[in-house]
Design a protein around this ligand. Structure first.
Ligand SMILES: *Cc1c(COP(=O)(O)O)cnc(C)c1O
Length: 407
């Protein structure tokens, strides 16, 4: 054996090598994962952990779901990439299934979530000029304070998180930010030049912030009244996480455009999409927008299987029932190290009492006990396990949190 492999033995060395050669755009918890199955991952030393983050909901179906692996493996051996210069035999089938799941006609396939958001913004602007008749280059998009829509230069320009935004200007014009959960503030921000309202129905990175009941319905109604598009960023909230297919379903609301990503790739590869009707998404003409990898046959094969799995309703039902179970368990911790619990389906934001430590400290202590979570905004930990988790596993995880807080 050469000397090189020694560099890669032991998690400390692996972390050192990563630190030396990977730009420090993240601050990972000190665990080196080598294997995953369902809700469990194993580190390089053989220690097992329950994954309560699911790669920010990209792993809604867990690690290595057999049906998704089968779809990917079959497609890997047949055809992986054509570019959109040609047709491939998977994209149309995937798009038809995804459009049907969304109750819409058209799908514009991309790869990452940020690309879906950028695409949604472009579509909204083109619609504003070509359909609504907004003055050229004057279109605006209303967004919400505390938003997270990705990391491109345009998107970070309308973030109010200094870590995401500072030192990356100049920022793109045409965005107006209003308080999240306040429908009247949206209406007040709308002018004749407004193309769209872009919102997360539940703010994920913000700490699982759930707007007041009726907010999404009010936004829908305001958008209709002012001829403005409602774009729902369901990249993290959608595809079963909240106990429904989409978080908008909680209020029976249908946006003009769904932005999807994360779980759409089955935890295997990045797959994102904008889904809407022809009167909106149809404004994009050949040559105006695209992506080399968007709509590739491997992504389409995996995405199709994801849609088929969601069509059964099983994952939505699991998220709903297990979410109620989790809520009851977490509520018992309020006043014992936890100040607030916000929960929708199997997606919880748990605010830690500062007297018990920061979110990061709690996440590190949970790690030592075999539970993976991620802190956000200082005092919050986010719990978003794969939807295939069992109630007994949730109980065990909450017990570990209870023990950490009792320390
Ligand atoms: C993660 C996320 C994005 C960005 O997705 P990437 O695939 O990381 O580019 C956009 N919107 C929301 C709501 C997200 O949670």
């Amino acid at each position: 054996m050469s000397a090189t492999p020694s560099l890669y033995t032991g998690s400390i060395r692996i972390i050192d090598v990563e630190d030396a050669h990977v730009a420090h755009n993240y601050h990972p918890l000190p665990v080196v994962i080598a294997k995953g199955e369902g809700v469990w991952v194993t580190d390089v030393e053989g220690k097992r952990y329950l994954d309560l983050l699911s790669a920010y909901s990209a792993l809604n179906f867990g690690h290595g779901h057999p049906a998704l692996l089968a779809a990917a493996t079959e497609q890997l051996g047949r055809l992986t990439l054509t570019s959109r210069a040609y047709h491939n035999d998977r994209l149309g089938v995937f798009a038809a299934a995804l459009a049907k799941l969304c109750g819409k006609d058209l799908v514009l396939p991309m790869n990452t979530g940020a690309e879906a958001v950028e695409t949604g913004i472009k579509v909204a602007r083109a619609w504003a000029y070509r359909v609504k008749g907004v003055t050229p280059d004057a279109a605006t998009v209303v967004v919400a304070n505390g938003n997270f829509h990705g990391r491109t230069t345009t998107i970070v320009g309308f973030s109010d998180d200094p870590q995401a935004r500072d030192d990356f200007g100049p920022y793109a014009a045409g965005f107006v930010s209003v308080p999240f959960g306040d429908a009247a503030a949206i209406e007040a921000a709308i002018t004749p030049d407004t193309a769209a309202v872009l919102l997360e129905p539940i703010q994920g990175e913000g700490g699982v912030v759930i707007p007041p009941v009726g907010y999404l319905r009010a936004v829908r109604e305001i958008c209709d009244r002012h001829n403005v598009l409602f774009i729902a960023d369901e990249i993290q909230s959608g595809l079963g996480r909240v106990g429904e297919t989409f978080a908008c379903d909680r209020e029976g609301v249908v946006p003009d455009l769904y932005l999807l990503g994360k779980a759409l790739g089955g935890g295997i590869l990045p797959v994102s999409a904008v889904v809407g009707n022809a009167d909106v998404l149809g404004v994009i003409r050949p040559g105006e927008h695209g992506s080399t990898f968007g709509g590739n046959p491997l992504a389409a094969a995996v995405g199709l299987r994801v849609v088929e799995m969601l069509d059964t309703g099983e994952f939505q039902r699991r998220a709903s029932a297990l979410g109620e179970h989790l809520e009851a368990k977490l509520d018992e911790l309020v006043g014992h190290g936890v100040t607030t619990v916000r929960i929708a389906g199997l997606w919880a934001g748990v605010d830690i009492d500062p007297a018990y430590g920061t979110g990061r400290e709690i996440a590190e202590k949970l790690l030592a006990r075999g539970v993976l979570v991620k802190d956000t905004h200082g005092q919050t930990i986010r719990i978003a396990p794969p939807l295939v988790i069992r109630a007994t596993e949730l109980d065990w995880a909450v017990e570990q949190l209870k023990l950490v807080l009792a320390d």
